[in-house]
Design a protein around this ligand. Structure first.
Ligand code: ATP
Ligand code: MG
Length: 426
């Protein structure tokens, strides 16, 4: 087979060649394997480069150092040494075969047989070896599966899943990232049958894989499959908003926003996801803030105008409003007037500053209100009036608002600046 340009580029990588030459200086055979070969063949960017070698890990360390490269024994008990060249890490793993597996951890023995090493990898597309001469070694039919964009387990899918339940999620992730329209039927059926194994995985692993699925090329289709198969609710513990998720996938590649679209409608959803997926405090806060707004916006019959939008942005921040609108806008009809959408965009880009309520206790005191609880009440009322009046910066208008607020709180009545009912969104 003639090598695609991307594979030639991979082998033309001078730093990689230096690493291979160093490890193979005494006759070992070191080959690129896994994601790098797969991605090069698929014509998608290669991230990090993993290699498999016949050299013993001890020798990998020694030979790399002898060539002036840094060698770190990152996982030396399972044969992995990270060689750093030109600031880039290369994971070099000695050929292995599994001796025993327990659903997550494998006991391994070092070997010298690439065919045997291939058998313990997960999918055929992940078990292609590229040697220094540019030959690709395929022991499992991976090249044909690359061609067909088929993510297929090596060997019997059920057996392979029982060895390591993380493979269930890797099956969906690689299918979403690289697969064709249809999931491999055997693999899919085995994942469904073995789904209880998901509960044996750490939440951090589930989180990492799920978030990668959510941002993958075919996220919408694969997440629908996960949901239909009952696996998604095992991970999120809630219902899935698949239509909303598909719509947001067309608009944004932000993983947290996609998670929001898929799984959050009310604040409790954000709390549950924090537990289930070990979300960070920042992620949880982002989901919670958006959830409160989503619930509020769902109850509004009319589309948002610029005044309401400005008020929401002042009270909740640009990011939370943008998140919530990404979720509800278009569901099932537009929820935002064109002008309001443009205003949000200029806030987000920083072209327009978010208004800040300009009055303070000093102004209230100058209006004759003595220090005490009434001062806070006046300020709160003045802020509501200011928001209802579309956040004016004009001094006479502010003075009028303040007078009105003082009058109202002192029981002298009076309505809103513009006669509209005033309510403060919390
Ligand atoms: P990416 O880095 O994009 O996630 P990758 O294929 O490089 O893709 P890694 O997790 O970096 O994936 O693993 C490197 C290789 O190690 C895989 O291509 C596969 O051959 C093997 N591998 C990784 N995890 C497993 C696993 N759980 N079971 C079997 N083989 C695995
Ligand atoms: Mg990798």
């Amino acid at each position: 087979m003639s090598l695609p340009q991307c594979v030639r580029d991979l082998l033309g990588d001078a730093v990689l060649r230096r690493v291979l030459a160093a490890v193979d200086a005494e006759g070992a055979d070191t080959r690129v394997v896994g994601g790098a070969v797969r991605n090069a063949l698929l014509g998608v960017p290669v991230k990090d480069i993993d290699c498999a070698t016949t050299a013993h890990p001890r020798d990998v360390m020694r030979l790399a150092r002898a060539a002036g490269l840094k060698a770190v024994p990152t996982g030396i008990e399972h044969g992995t040494v990270t060689v750093v060249a030109d600031g880039r890490p290369f994971e070099i793993t000695t050929l292995r075969r599994d001796v025993e597996t327990d659903g997550r951890h494998a006991e391994v023995a070092f070997g010298t047989d690439f065919g045997e090493d291939a058998q313990r990898r997960d999918f055929t597309i992940n078990a292609l070896y590229l040697d220094k001469s540019g030959r690709i070694h395929d022991f499992t039919g991976g090249l044909a599966d690359i061609e067909a964009r088929r993510v297929r387990f090596i060997g019997d899918a059920t057996t392979r899943i029982r060895e390591d339940f993380l493979r269930i999620l890797r099956f969906f992730r690689f299918s979403a990232e690289y697969g064709a329209a249809v999931l491999d039927a055997d693999g899919f059926a085995a994942c469904i049958r073995e789904r209880a194994g998901l509960f044996r995985l750490s939440r951090e692993r589930v989180r990492a894989e799920l978030l990668r699925i959510l941002v993958a090329r075919r996220a919408a289709a694969v997440v629908t499959a996960l949901s239909d198969a009952g696996l998604l609710s095992m991970m999120t513990g809630g219902v899935a908003e698949l239509g909303r998720f598909a719509r947001v996938c067309g608009q944004s590649e932000d993983a947290t926003l996609r998670l929001l679209a898929l799984s959050v409608s009310v604040a409790e959803d954000a709390d549950r996801l924090r537990e289930r997926l070990r979300l960070s405090n920042d992620e949880h806060e982002r989901l919670s803030k958006a959830a409160a707004l989503i619930a509020h916006l769902h109850g509004r019959p009319e589309a948002l105008d610029t005044r309401t939008l400005r008020r929401l942005v002042v009270l909740h921040g640009v990011a939370a409003v943008a998140d919530a609108l990404a979720i509800v806008d278009g569901e099932p009809r537009p929820r935002v007037e064109e002008a309001a959408r443009a205003l949000l965009a200029s806030f987000a880009k920083g072209e327009e500053a978010v208004p800040r309520f300009p009055l303070t206790g000093k102004h209230v005191a100058a209006a004759g209100v003595p220090p005490g609880p009434r001062m806070g009440q006046v300020l709160e009322r003045a802020k509501a009036l200011w928001l209802a009046a579309d956040c004016p910066a004009d001094k006479p208008q502010l003075a009028a608002l303040l007078r009105l607020a003082v009058g109202e709180v002192s029981g002298e009545g009076g309505g809103c600046a513009d006669g509209a009912p005033v309510e403060i969104l919390r």
